[in-house]
Design a protein around this ligand. Structure first.
Ligand code: SF4
Length: 238
């Protein structure tokens, strides 16, 4: 997740040129990558999870899923499927497991009154919820990146690059040069096996250290693998 600056620096050294763009998968969308790109004045192309899912036509089929809440950048609010706005109401900092990494920023949005009077509440909320809360992660820099990636010109740039890249790609102007810079395509199956192997090593390490393996980590892993490899997600977690 945090390797973009290291690998980008090595690639820049290899090609001896600062690239115009650096594109990366959603898992690299974090403060460390974004600060690096801003410091280096390189145009980053990193979609968020919803934008990645949208690109491959894998938004949730549930019309009340967060995927179908549209963010309004001017209002700083989400429009729900019943056209009600969920407004920002709180921001929290969650310490990262690794103290050397920046805290995670969590922003919460809701509209208690709108949900209270909504006829679709039983479809949208669980039986224990009185209203919907939308949780968003990331800083203002991440918000700016999300906004940028909504623009067609950046979607097109990203699409050009993601069709040839590995975990992330660094590109100059011409496609031919791009191909040389990219380390090469890895076959999907091999990539999933490597991802699964890495994930299992982390789990084994956690067991040894008596750290709990969380279901959300497994869900995150499955979801990011499905987005990255453009596969349908169909998993049962026991
Ligand atoms: S329950 Fe709330 S968030 Fe869900 S559709 Fe109704 S008003 Fe919108």
């Amino acid at each position: 997740h945090y390797e973009l600056p290291n690998i980008a620096e090595r690639a820049i050294k290899n090609i001896n040129t600062k690239p115009k763009y650096i594109s990366a998968d959603t898992i690299y969308l974090n403060q460390i990558s974004l600060s690096y790109l801003a410091d280096k004045k390189i145009d980053g192309l990193i979609p968020n999870r919803k934008q990645s899912k949208e690109k491959i036509g894998k938004l949730s089929p549930n019309p009340y899923h967060k995927d179908h809440f549209e963010y309004d950048y001017e209002l700083d609010a989400f429009k729900c499927p019943k056209n009600q706005y969920m407004y920002f109401f709180a921001k929290y900092y969650e310490p990262h497991k690794d103290p050397e990494k920046p805290d995670k920023i969590k922003r919460l949005y809701n509209n208690y009154e709108a949900c209270k009077n909504c006829k679709a509440r039983n479809k949208c909320c669980s039986s224990s919820q009185t209203h919907k809360t939308i949780t968003e992660y990331g800083s203002e820099m991440q918000k700016a990146m999300n906004h940028k990636m909504e623009k067609q010109e950046y979607k097109d740039e990203y699409a050009k690059r993601s069709s040839v890249e590995g975990p992330f790609g660094i590109f100059k102007e011409q496609f031919q040069i791009e191909k040389e810079v990219v380390t090469g395509m890895i076959k999907t199956e091999e990539r999933i096996n490597l991802d699964a192997l890495a994930y299992n090593l982390i789990r084994l390490h956690n067991i040894k250290q008596e750290i709990e393996n969380k279901t959300e980590d497994l869900e995150d892993f499955c979801e990011s693998t499905s987005i990255k490899n453009q596969l349908k997600l169909d998993v049962t977690i026991f």
